[in-house]
Design a protein around this ligand. Structure first.
Ligand SMILES: [Zn+2]
Length: 635
C-alpha cells in the first residue's frame, strides 16, 4: 500500500551507515547516557572528548554547561535533518495520491497520434539500415543513425558507449538452395547467423543424419565427405487452424494478472539450454572433421503452428552452439536453415531410399574478429535544481537477427523509445529529473549491452566462477552476489522497456515491485480508453529491464498484445516492416511517454524492492533440518 514500507531497505548507502549518536542534554543527570548510547568506537572517542569538555564546564558554571547542552541539541536536530535529507526519496513513504498532469496527458496523446513520426523511424531503421546482428557493420550504422536522429529531435549528449568486446562481425550476402535430382525444386533457406560461406555454389548428395548424442558419431564416421548433411528431426507440420495474429482478450489479461505459485524451482532452464548448445558445437566439429560440404537444419515451429508457409526461424538454434560469434567457437562448416516443407520433401525421399542431390550457395562475409558492442545513449536534461541529477530511463534493444530486418524484434521497441523522446522534445517538456534513452545491443546473445551499461553506471552482480559455468560469457552465468553498487544506483528512479513485438501496451509487469502497483494504477486510469488496464505483480523475463532489476533498480517491461510475434515474426525471415502495426506502435509510444514523464515529474523516485541477495539463494532453498520427528541425521 502507498506509504507503507514493508521492510528496511538493504541498499549499501555509506551515508546511512554513519549513525551519529547525538548528545541528549535534557538534564544534567542524563549526561552519562550520552556515553552509553554510543556504540561506535570512534564516536565513543569523540563522546569522551565531549564529556571531558562537559566536566570542565561543570567545574566552572552550570549556565555554561546549559549553553553547551543547547548547542549539542541544535547539532542533533541538524544531524537528524541532514540524515533524512541524504536518504534517497524512494526510501520515504510514498504519497497515497499521485498528482497527474492531465493537460500533459492530452498533449502527449495529440503529439503521439496527430503528429506521429514513428513509421518514418521504422522505415529508416528497417528498410534503410536493415538487419542489425551484433558485431555487424549494419549495427554500427544503426548506432550512428540513432545517435543522429536523437540529436536532430533535440536530445542532448547523444553518444555511443562501448560495452566491451563482442566477437565476429558478419553479414549474409546471399543464400540459395535447390534440389537438382531426382527433380528440380527451389527451396526457401537462409544462412545460420555467423555461418561461414560455401566455396561458391556447391553440390552434393544429401544425407539425413540422426545424431542425438556423442555415441551416434560412430555410425557416420567415414560416410559424410562431400555430402550435404540434413541434421534435425522432421517435425509434424500441422494446419494453421488458429489465428497467427491475436490480441489479449479479457480472459488472457485476467490470466496474466493471476500470480502463478511455483515452489522451490530448482531447475535452471537456461543452463540446460546451454548444455544442449555445447553438444551442438561438438556435432558441428564432427561434421566438419568428416568433411561434409554444408549442413541444412529444419526451421523450428512457432506459436499456433506458425513455423510454416514460408516462415523460417533463424537464430542461434540454427547453428552449432551458443558462442558461434566468437572466433574460438565459430561454426565449423556452412549451415543454412530451411523451410520445413522443403526440408520435408528431401527427408521423405531420403527415408524412402531415393538419392537426392542438393546444390547450395551460402555466401557470407566476416567483417572482424574482435568487434565491440555499443549502446546509443541520449537525454533530455532535468531542470529541477534538486532532482536533475536523478534519472528516468527508457529503452529497448537495437540489435536483431539477420534473416530479415528485425522489425518487431526489436525495431519496434527501438522506434517506440525514439518516438517517446521525440514527443517529449516536441512538447518542450522541462522534466524535473533527467530523461535518458538507452538503445542496447548484444541483447540477443545475453543482454550484453544493458548489463554492460548497468555495470558501468549503477552496479553489478558477481557471476559464478564454477568450472561448469566458465564455458559461457559473464552474463550467461548464474548470479552469485553479493551485489556491488555504484553511487548512481540511488539516482535512477526507474527503467521502462519495450521488447515484446509491435503490439500495443495493455498494462505493465510489476516485476514483483508491489509498491509500484498503486502508483501505476493511478497513472493508467486515464489510459483505459486506449486499452491500458492491467497491472500484474508477475515477472517477465528475457529482455533488458532485467539488467536494472538485477541491481535493485525498478525495471519494467510492458504487457503488449501478442499479435503475430510468437507465431511468425520473432527471429524469423518474415520480421519486416509489414509486420509493424502503426496504431499499436503510436499507442505504445504515447503510453511509454506518459510513464516516463510521470516518473520524471513526481516528487519521489519510484519505490524499490529490497535489494536481491543471490548469495543467500542456495542456503535459503535448502530443506530445513529436524522437521521430521524420528528422522536420523544423514551424513
Ligand atoms: Zn528482443
Amino acid at each position: 500500500m502507498p506509504g507503507a514500507r514493508a521492510a528496511p531497505r538493504a541498499y549499501a548507502n555509506p551515508k546511512t551507515k554513519t549513525e551519529i549518536c547525538a548528545f541528549d542534554a535534557r538534564a544534567f543527570g542524563e549526561a552519562t547516557e550520552y556515553l552509553l548510547c554510543c556504540s561506535d568506537s570512534i564516536l565513543k572517542k569523540e563522546s569522551m572528548m565531549r564529556m571531558s569538555k562537559c566536566k570542565a564546564v561543570l567545574g566552572t558554571t552550570l549556565s555554561a554547561f546549559l549553553a553547551l547542552a543547547l548547542h549539542a541539541a541544535e547539532d542533533k536536530t541538524k544531524e537528524a535533518a541532514a540524515k533524512e535529507a541524504a536518504k534517497p526519496s524512494y526510501e520515504m513513504p510514498q504519497p497515497e495520491k499521485e498528482t497527474l498532469d492531465l493537460e500533459m496527458y492530452g498533449k502527449i496523446r495529440e503529439e503521439a497520434t496527430a503528429h506521429s513520426h514513428i513509421m518514418e523511424y521504422a522505415s529508416g531503421l528497417m528498410d534503410g539500415i536493415g538487419p542489425r546482428l551484433t558485431g555487424s557493420e549494419n549495427l554500427k550504422k544503426a548506432n550512428e543513425w540513432t545517435k543522429e536522429q536523437l540529436t536532430a529531435m533535440g536530445c542532448s549528449n547523444a553518444h555511443l558507449e562501448d560495452w566491451g568486446e563482442f566477437g565476429m562481425g558478419w553479414q549474409q550476402l546471399n543464400t540459395w538452395a535447390r534440389m537438382t535430382a531426382p527433380d528440380t525444386a527451389v527451396f526457401i533457406a537462409q544462412a545460420g547467423p555467423w555461418s561461414p560461406a560455401t566455396k561458391g555454389a556447391v553440390s552434393g548428395n544429401a544425407v539425413w543424419v540422426e545424431i542425438k548424442d556423442e555415441k551416434d558419431f560412430e555410425k557416420y564416421k567415414g560416410k559424410l565427405a562431400g555430402k550435404v548433411v540434413l541434421w534435425g528431426d522432421m517435425r509434424d507440420v500441422k494446419p494453421v487452424d488458429k489465428p497467427l495474429f491475436t490480441r489479449d482478450d479479457e480472459a488472457d489479461l485476467k490470466r496474466i494478472q493471476e500470480y502463478p505459485i511455483h515452489l522451490n524451482e530448482a531447475e535452471n532452464f537456461f543452463q540446460t539450454y546451454l548444455k544442449r548448445q555445447e553438444f551442438r558445437e561438438k556435432v558441428g566439429k564432427f561434421l566438419a572433421a568428416e568433411q561434409a560440404t554444408a549442413v541444412i537444419t529444419p526451421s523450428r515451429d512457432g506459436r499456433n503452428n506458425g513455423g510454416s508457409g514460408g516462415t523460417i526461424f533463424d537464430d542461434t538454434g540454427a547453428g552449432f552452439g551458443w558462442l558461434i560469434y566468437q572466433k574460438d567457437h565459430a561454426d565449423a562448416l556452412p549451415v543454412a536453415v530451411m523451410a520445413i516443407e522443403n526440408y520435408g520433401r528431401v527427408y521423405r525421399l531420403l527415408k524412402a531410399g531415393v538419392p537426392v542431390t542438393i546444390e547450395v550457395n551460402i555466401d557470407t562475409k566476416f567483417t572482424g574478429d574482435h568487434e565491440h558492442g555499443f549502446d546509443t545513449i541520449a537525454e533530455i536534461p532535468g531542470t529541477d535544481p534538486k532532482l536533475k541529477d536523478e534519472l528516468v530511463m527508457v529503452g529497448g534493444h537495437l540489435d536483431s537477427w539477420a534473416s530479415a530486418t528485425g522489425a518487431t524484434d526489436n525495431g519496434a521497441g527501438t522506434v517506440v523509445a525514439m518516438e517517446v523522446m521525440r514527443i517529449l522534445n516536441a512538447l518542450k517538456v522541462k522534466p524535473r529529473r533527467t530523461i535518458r534513452v538507452g538503445l542496447w545491443t548484444g541483447e540477443e546473445q545475453g543482454e550484453f549491452g544493458s548489463y554492460g551499461y548497468v555495470k558501468e553506471h549503477f552496479g553489478y552482480v558477481p557471476r559464478s566462477t564454477a568450472p561448469d559455468q566458465m564455458a559461457v560469457t559473464e552474463y550467461d552465468r548464474d548470479p552469485v552476489g553479493p551485489i556491488v553498487l555504484k553511487a548512481d544506483q540511488q539516482k535512477l528512479s526507474g527503467y521502462f522497456n519495450v521488447d515484446n513485438g509491435s503490439g500495443k501496451i495493455r498494462g505493465i509487469y510489476l516485476q514483483g515491485n508491489a509498491e509500484a502497483g498503486p502508483i501505476f494504477a493511478q497513472w493508467i486510469e486515464p489510459l483505459k480508453d486506449v486499452g491500458v488496464a492491467t497491472i500484474t505483480d508477475r515477472d517477465t523475463g528475457g529482455t533488458d529491464h532485467e539488467a536494472f532489476d538485477a541491481v535493485g533498480i525498478p525495471g519494467f517491461q510492458f504487457i503488449q498484445d501478442p499479435l503475430d510475434y510468437g507465431s511468425r515474426t520473432h527471429h524469423s525471415n518474415m520480421d519486416t516492416y509489414e509486420r509493424l502495426q502503426p496504431e499499436d506502435l503510436a499507442q505504445a509510444a504515447m503510453v511509454e511517454a506518459i510513464f516516463v514523464y510521470n516518473t520524471a515529474m513526481r516528487d519521489q523516485m519510484l519505490p524499490r524492492k529490497p535489494l536481491p541477495h543471490p548469495e543467500l539463494q542456495k542456503e535459503s532453498a535448502k530443506p530445513l533440518k529436524g522437521v521430521m520427528p524420528g528422522a536420523e541425521e544423514k551424513n
